[in-house]
Design a protein around this ligand. Structure first.
Ligand code: PEP
Length: 249
């Protein structure tokens, strides 16, 4: 059976005190989840959040990582640096990285290769913008995104891969994709994974949904047969709403 995953992406929110307080609150309010739970604080607080959550079920996730190993790359953080503070999972290809920081398929492919080579677990984000959804081209977009990156590399560790389908028009907008839209595209992603990697191996890859998930829409979305969890932005910044979303799985 595929594992269920819910991850909170805190983005560039919460300083040291608030980051550790939030993870502590989550642990205190509920320390027995029926899925894998991750939180992704900002880089400077990964270590502290990791220490605070070390004896809990919560895993700590980085929001980004460099495609390079080390050297003169001002402002970058390497896989080895993350591993040195016991961070073993990272988000790659978030639409904010693609759109605001110019991360193209070539860069994302290098980041993926670097992560898999170094045994990192990857949450790989894909998803279409509104204009492509309106033209009915969402399947073509995600196919291209996968073919130009993940499907074009040989060293993918399928056991360390989670696909996050995040329609760009749903991220931070309060407008989530409805469960029919989510199921349809997750089913398509599953078929693409089956075709590329073979059914047996790829059936174990979780495909999670992200985009304005809230306690009042998560249950419907998580009930879809091809949805294995969620990537939560805004609603993960509050322990109560985040726990409600986790519990709805
Ligand atoms: C995200 O940024 O990955 C995200 C899903 O954000 P939100 O839940 O706020 O739409």
């Amino acid at each position: 059976m595929r594992r269920k995953v819910v991850a909170g992406n805190w983005k560039m929110n919460k300083g040291l005190k608030d980051s550790t307080a939030l993870v502590q609150e989550i642990i205190q309010k509920n320390n027995s989840f029926n899925c894998d739970v991750y939180v992704a604080p900002a880089f400077p607080f990964l270590n502290e959040v990791s220490v605070v959550s070390s004896s809990s079920q919560i895993k700590v996730l980085a929001q980004n990582v460099s495609s390079k190993s080390n050297g003169a790359f001002t402002g970058e953080v390497s896989v080895d640096m993350l591993k040195s503070i016991n961070i073993k999972s990272v988000i790659i290809g978030h639409s904010e990285r693609r759109m605001l920081f110019g991360e193209d398929d070539k860069t994302l492919k290098m980041k993926l290769e670097n992560c898999f080579k170094n045994d990192m677990e990857v949450f790989f984000c894909i998803g279409e913008k509104l204009d492509m959804r309106e033209k009915g081209m969402q399947n073509d977009v995600i196919e291209n995104q996968l073919e130009n990156t993940l499907f074009d590399i040989d060293n993918v560790n399928l056991e360390k891969l989670i696909i996050a389908y995040e329609p760009v028009w749903a991220i931070g907008t309060g407008v989530n994709a409805n469960s029919d839209q989510v199921q349809e595209i997750h089913c398509h992603i599953r078929k693409l994974l089956n075709f590329r990697y073979g059914k047996e191996s790829s059936d174990l890859i979780p495909i999670i949904y992200g985009g304005s998930l809230k306690p009042d829409n998560s249950r419907n979305i998580f009930n879809c047969s091809d949805v294995d969890g969620g990537l939560v932005g805004g609603a993960s910044l509050n322990s109560e709403t985040f726990i409600k979303i986790i519990d709805s799985i």
